[in-house]
Design a protein around this ligand. Structure first.
Ligand code: SAM
Length: 252
């Protein structure tokens, strides 16, 4: 069933406007009597039946609330340094599917791509659109935010002290991500940031600054992964270790 996100709180009757209404009417060619899944700002999902159409609105009535929380047990911000356009889009889409709670694109020394302010704003909008579509497609019960592009060092220095900053570093050979995650679980950590470098990797100065800001340098294994592979692998491992992706959330 098609899923859409409603900016507001679900009620017995709601009216959809804007791109979602347009999509229902002109792309899906929806008709009165058809049903859709609607998720509100609180993450509550419901089955709604379309009843009335105008040129710009679709009105729906509540059929029944759905018990369908698909959000992960921990908050994970994926923070990849800027990658070439197609790779970045892939990373945003996969981050949503894998349950990231936010994506924070970062500018670092070795980034190949450079955007001026106008282009950066356009990119952010495009990534947000990809994230919203992915959230609908994979059945998320929350939309995830793609933040504006930030500079790497101020970003890591400004993160909350309660957040575990997983610094995925291609030069780390001693500390594996598994051990770090198991220690984090014992400490009850519920908020993670996963830092992934650009195609050219991190500079030594950046690595030092990240560690000084409390970043836990971790390896993902003996091979050098492409940045987009590293992002997907790290997110998968963090989710798995925290009870997501292994089957029923919280189950054995
Ligand atoms: N150009 C760098 C080099 O040759 O050493 C490799 C950079 S890698 C393509 C891009 C990013 O993916 C890295 O900065 C890191 O964040 C992550 N990454 C790749 N392989 C990794 C590994 N084995 N362990 C931890 N992070 C890894």
């Amino acid at each position: 069933m098609r899923r859409l996100f409603y900016r507001g709180k679900l009620a017995d009757t709601i009216t959809i406007t804007g791109p979602d209404a347009h999509h229902l009417m002109h792309v899906m060619r929806a008709k009165p009597g058809q049903q859709v899944t609607v998720v509100d700002d609180m993450g509550q999902a419901a089955c709604m039946e379309m009843t009335d159409f105008t040129a710009e609105t679709v009105t729906m009535k509540l059929v029944g609330l759905l018990d369908a929380d698909t959000e992960p047990p921990v908050n994970i911000t994926l923070a990849p340094c800027l990658l070439k356009a197609d790779k970045m889009e892939l990373v945003v889409q996969k981050a949503v599917e894998l349950g990231a709670t936010a994506v924070a694109p970062l500018r670092s020394r070795n980034c190949v791509v450079r955007y001026d302010a106008k282009k950066a704003a356009q990119r952010q909008q495009r990534w947000q659109k990809i994230a919203d579509e992915a959230a609908k497609q994979c059945g998320r019960t929350s939309l995830i935010e793609v933040a504006a592009i930030a500079d790497l060092i101020p970003y890591v220095q400004g993160r909350s002290g309660h957040t575990k900053l997983l610094f995925c570093y291609e030069n780390e050979t001693q500390q594996g991500i598994k051990k770090t995650l198991r220690e984090a679980a014992e400490e009850g950590v519920k908020d993670f940031v996963i830092l992934i470098g650009p195609e050219g990797g991190f500079t030594l100065e950046e690595a030092e600054a990240i560690e000084q800001a409390g970043g836990a340098s971790v390896t993902l294994g003996p091979r050098i992964l492409r940045a987009e592979t590293a992002a997907v692998a790290a997110l998968t491992v963090v989710q798995y270790e925290n009870g997501d992706l292994g089957g029923i959330t919280g189950g054995e």
